[in-house]
Ligand binder design. Structure first.
Ligand code: NAP
Length: 446
């Protein structure tokens, strides 16, 4: 059945912002076709949210309902920009929303960062979460000391996954290959290194608190890391800064017995300078910062003092970046499309939502108002100008060389993953290779 408005919109990317945008468009009686590079949907929920945070993944059920609505199609295994041009979507739809996210890690640009044993958070998270692009990562379980750079929630997720025992991970949907490797892990120390102080971390309190509840790991604070300057004390007293003061309370409450096998050591006011090692990383050099300026305007300044942290692996968890599908109008430094309320300045029916619109910030739910804002801009534009009929997917499908996967193909994959998981006592065993997903969907269609 045709949507009442007759408008057809293509969405590029099947992560949270794509699904929230789809929901909003469907509520406004617009036909929505979603194109996704991978054969399966859900992006960040499937491949970014930590495998032991199953409750956070429940939001996929909301997306599931959206996908079953009338006037919605999912076309997986379609790589816009490679197997299908963006131009083709622009021609055959009234508008295109780019929600392809920011899935690549960032590195700080310092000596030694490409040594063996150095990873970005995107690599490591993608590996243990079963993302097809990261399955070649060979995390070395023999390492004893890992340094994670960055004091955000992704850094905490990684520290927690590396610190958990196999029993603690058993009920997660970590891939069996990653679980096997981590089961033989000899990690003793996980350093969490942040360039500012305990009053300026980006953690949410629940995630921070969870580190103190691990079966065989305990939290230490390096040096006199919890000492605050006057401006930081003032920041923590501000009633609008509740998360920071809660976090500080959690930091002070971590107790160390020395009886657990693993230590998670928080380092404050330290930034990475260089990594050294012969065949692989052996040592991280860090510089010591101090904060200067008034409360809430403090900036970190290097003191010139440096120290060394021996480690066999370094993980850069300093944010994510994505690539633009356009030559111009993409701010590579910020990794976002230049936009006004989701509208790209080119004025030719292009919009953006999610991380590729506003940067890699916020929790899953942050993408809902972000997508709603974009859809409001899009609908306002479509309603202002007279519109001609568009062919939508009827014109796109003949252009594709590979058969796209449908949402019902995903449902077959989902059922198979859950069945494999059940046998292992976990929510699902992800199918991590694209070829296997495609073979399975081909078989289920016969
Ligand atoms: P983030 O929250 O932005 O944290 C990035 C960290 O890297 C910050 O500590 C930042 O320090 C540091 N950093 C940036 N550039 C650096 C450099 N060149 N050298 C040293 N340190 C550097 O990013 P994220 O952890 O990747 O998380 C992305 C988003 O996903 C966040 O909004 C996060 O809350 C969300 N997320 C949520 C959950 C959850 O709700 N459970 C889980 C995972 C992720 P400064 O603060 O000094 O800039």
């Amino acid at each position: 059945m045709t949507a009442h408005t007759g408008f057809k919109v293509a969405i590029v990317g099947a992560g949270p912002s794509g699904f929230y945008a789809a929901e909003e468009l469907l509520n406004n009686e617009v036909q929505v076709d979603m194109y996704e590079k991978l054969p399966v949907p859900f992006g960040l929920v499937r491949y970014g949210v930590a495998p032991d945070h199953q409750k956070l993944k429940l939001v996929a059920k909301v997306f599931d309902r959206t996908a079953r609505r009338e006037n919605f199609n999912f076309f997986g295994n379609v790589n816009v920009g490679e197997s299908l041009s963006l131009q083709a979507l622009q021609t055959h739809y009234h508008a295109v929303i780019l929600t392809h996210g920011a899935s690549q890690g960032r590195k700080p640009g310092i000596p030694g960062e490409d040594l063996h044993g150095c990873y970005t958070a995107a690599d490591l998270v993608g590996w243990y979460n079963g993302h097809p692009d990261f399955q070649d990562l060979a995390f070395d379980p023999s390492c004893r000391s890992v340094a994670i750079i960055g004091h955000g929630n992704v850094a905490i997720d990684i520290a927690r996954i590396l610190a958990k025992t196999p029993a603690e991970l058993a009920s997660s949907d970590i891939t069996s290959a990653a679980l096997h490797r981590l089961s033989t892990s000899r990690i003793e120390t996980i350093h969490l290194i942040g360039r500012r102080g305990p009053a300026q971390t980006r953690f949410t309190s629940q995630e921070l608190r969870e580190l103190g509840e691990l079966a065989d790991a305990e939290v230490w604070i390096a040096d006199d890391g919890l000492t605050l300057n006057a401006a930081s004390r003032e920041e923590l007293q501000d009633k609008k800064n509740l998360v920071a003061s809660k976090n500080y309370e959690i930091f002070t409450g971590f107790s160390r017995s020395g009886t657990k096998r693993r230590r998670i050591v928080f380092h404050f006011m330290k930034f990475p300078v260089a990594m050294y090692g012969k065949d692989r990383v052996e040592e991280l050099h860090v510089g010591l910062n101090e904060l200067e300026g008034a409360a809430f305007q403090q900036t970190a300044r290097a003191t010139g003092v440096e120290s060394r942290i021996p480690c066999d692996a370094v993980v850069f968890s300093i944010g994510y970046r994505g690539n633009g599908l356009l030559q111009s109008g993409f701010d590579a430094a910020q990794s976002v499309y230049v936009n006004t309320e989701g509208r790209l300045p080119s004025g030719d029916g292009l919009y953006a939502a999610g991380w590729i619109k506003r940067g890699a910030t916020g929790v899953i739910g942050t993408n809902k108002p972000c997508a709603q804002e974009t859809v409001a801009s899009l609908l306002a534009d479509l309603r202002t100008e007279p519109q001609t009929a568009k062919a939508g997917s009827a014109a796109i499908l003949p252009l594709l060389t590979d058969i796209p996967t449908s949402f019902s193909d995903w449902e077959s994959i989902d059922r198979e993953e859950q069945a494999r998981g059940q046998a292992a006592g976990k929510p699902r065993e992800k199918i991590v290779h694209i070829e296997e997903c495609l073979a399975l969907t081909a078989a289920s269609r016969r």
